[in-house]
Design a protein around this ligand. Sequence first.
Ligand SMILES: CSCCC(=O)C(=O)COP(=O)(O)O
Ligand SMILES: [Mg+2]
Length: 261
Amino acid sequence: MVVLSVPAEVTVILLDIEGTTTPIAFVKDILFPYIKENVKEYLQTHWEEEECQEDVGLLRRQAEEDSHLEGAVPIPAVSDNGAADLQQVIQAVVDNVCWQMSLDRKTTALKQLQGHIWRAAFTAGRMKAEFFEDVVPAVRKWREAGMKVYIYSSGSVEAQKLLFGHSTEGDILELFDGHFDTKIGHKVESESYRKIADSIGCSTNNILFLTDVTLEASAAEEADVHVAVVVRPGNAGLTDDEKTYYSLITSFSELDLPASP
Ligand SMILES: CSCCC(=O)C(=O)COP(=O)(O)O
Ligand SMILES: [Mg+2]
């Protein structure tokens, strides 16, 4: 087995979800289709609730920012014209969500609504999150060795907690010291990693970030975070240059932690 030695200064392991802890297929074939199949009914049922109105407000503001993009779908405000008008607005929200999802956008607005739509499915046990088999044993081992383990995903913190709280391995939320999402900044921006280090109370070079996306690895590295790119079945291929440049792992078990002092 190829082993990657974790530098001695690393005390925190920061994990991406999709393509790192969890198969892309679970996200693309189960989580995302659930949104497309349920978003309209969800909006119709929850429209009057404050949380739903906040979600729609965020999506509307995002739609305004996106208005220059090809295919962008505006979300009008509801006027006083009655039910027919409301149905048009709901349809615009549905179309906007589907348009964003067709581009696999990672906007905070989209991710927040998605988390709220998944909530019922996870809490009722209709959906259970999947992890690669090496994930849970490795995280337990890291923690026993004194490492802190955090999650940083484009999925909202609320959605992350649903995932780790309702998985095929049971409720494993307690294995994580904390969660970050795009509210701290986007994963392809190096400033996000500096803010994460600040929030944890460590230096960026105390963190090892594991991700499948080289743009994210590059942003983290620019902030002086250690990175390894995770190669999993179903992940996007890497170029030869990327394969040469980055430390690659195919399983968390390939990480060799420094011996405790
Ligand atoms: C609770 S994560 C759901 C998956 C998701 O919505 C997503 O965008 C995953 O992005 P990641 O940053 O984990 O690759
Ligand atoms: Mg990922």
